[in-house]
Design a protein around this ligand. Structure first.
Ligand SMILES: *Cc1c(COP(=O)(O)O)cnc(C)c1O
Length: 385
């Protein structure tokens, strides 16, 4: 094994999840395509039996992500980010209470609403940047009783609010609530929630970790063996499993995560500063900006400000749509975290939270040359101003 916990994350993305170093061994793990394994008699607990319950092509990726999140255990790979979110939410007991950010990934809000309608899950939405309000909801000060789980996204989608994660973990644990963190936006290079006491971390591997907009995949992690066993059990019971090719692509993408994040974050901070000074722009959200509401916390708690920017062009939603149409290099598309720069007006979705401004464009900065990205943005903004 060529990786060790003392290595920097930039090294770990390259070294973790490699086959043992032996003469003639492959440098990369092989893809094994087999739904079933030779097996007679009573199978042992770690024996490969059937690919829904585990297959060797998952393990190198799971080991690498576990190492990056500084987890005591490997990650659990899931068929999508939402499959991992569903598994994490299954830890809330029937009729239990869930405290959820008011701005969060739309489909996470959707599954919580679905569970509320079908199973009596009690959901309370909060501004995750407002630590007092979050902890008040977690304690159930209005008489509801303490929450069973606090769900955290930080920075949030699409408003980029930054949570005081250590304070939230401490307050939630004081009343016995689990803390689950969707770490998709920050990536394990930006924050490692398990190291500040979070109980569960989930990822949409589709985004930065895989990084090339060519695979849908998810992952969940926990340092608690009991919780991890329940997440693994959910994956097998519900068949929320990943195909071997997807996991292989994700591990291949992960090898360049540090380089991609370094470039896209640097470009995002540069573009955010230029956008903030642009005459056709009303507001820019990016934690790198000194007057951004999340700046102080992001500087204190995150390694890097990320590569998602929120921009409101002058002229409202119609102008925002016109900017999207006028761009030539930036790709109009949902999703984020790929090598290519993409953007969308979030409220084009009827399901997006009404507290997200109608004219907010969410930009996902890729790894292209920053001057080319700026030239395209500047021209599009000027063409509609
Ligand atoms: C995309 C995304 C998800 C869902 O992941 P899929 O891989 O699309 O199922 C969950 N959380 C966040 C923050 C996301 O961006």
């Amino acid at each position: 094994m060529s990786h060790s916990p003392s290595q920097s994350p930039d090294t770990l993305v390259v070294t973790a999840g490699r086959p043992d170093r032996a003469q003639g061994a492959p440098v990369n793990p092989p893809v094994v395509l087999s739904s079933t394994y030779v097996s007679a008699g009573v199978p042992g607990p770690d024996e490969l039996l059937y690919a829904r319950s585990g297959t060797e092509t998952w393990f190198p990726f799971e080991e690498a992500l576990g190492a990056l999140e500084r987890s005591s255990s490997p990650a659990l790979v899931f068929g999508s980010g939402m499959a991992a979110v569903a598994a994490a939410l299954s830890l809330v007991p029937p009729g239990g209470r869930l405290v959820l950010p008011r701005h969060a990934y739309q489909i996470t809000l959707g599954i919580a609403a679905d569970l509320a309608a079908r199973t009596g899950l009690r959901v309370e939405r909060v501004d995750v940047a407002d630590t007092d309000a979050v902890l008040e909801a977690v304690r159930g000060d209005a008489g509801e009783g303490p929450a069973d789980m606090l769900w955290v996204e930080s920075p949030t989608n699409p408003m980029l609010e930054v949570a005081d994660l250590p304070a939230l973990v401490e307050g939630a644990h004081a009343v016995g609530a689990l803390v689950a963190v969707d770490n998709t936006f920050a990536t394990p290079l930006g924050q490692r929630p398990l190291t500040v006491g979070a109980d569960v971390v989930v990822h949409s591997v589709t985004k930065y970790l895989a990084g090339h907009s060519d695979v849908v995949l998810g992952a969940a992690l926990s340092d608690d063996p009991g919780l991890r066993a329940r997440l693994a059990g959910y994956r097998t019971l519900h068949g929320a499993v990943a195909g071997p090719w997807e996991v292989w692509l994700a591990l291949r993408g992960l090898r360049t995560l540090a380089l991609r994040v370094e470039r896209s974050q640097r470009s995002a901070a540069d573009l955010a500063a230029r956008l903030a000074a642009h005459p056709a722009v009303v507001e820019v959200r990016h934690p790198s900006l000194p007057d951004d509401p999340g700046h102080e916390r992001a500087a204190r708690l995150l390694d890097g400000f990320g590569s998602i920017i929120g921009v409101r062009p002058r002229g409202g939603a119609a102008a925002a749509d016109a900017v999207v149409d006028a761009l030539r290099l930036w790709v109009p598309a949902t999703s984020l975290g790929g090598v290519e720069s993409t953007l969308e007006r979030r409220r084009r979705f009827a399901t997006e939270s009404p507290t997200v401004p109608e004219d907010l464009l969410r930009l996902s900065v890729g790894i292209e040359d920053v001057e080319d990205l700026w030239a395209d943005l500047d021209a599009a903004l000027r063409s509609v101003a």
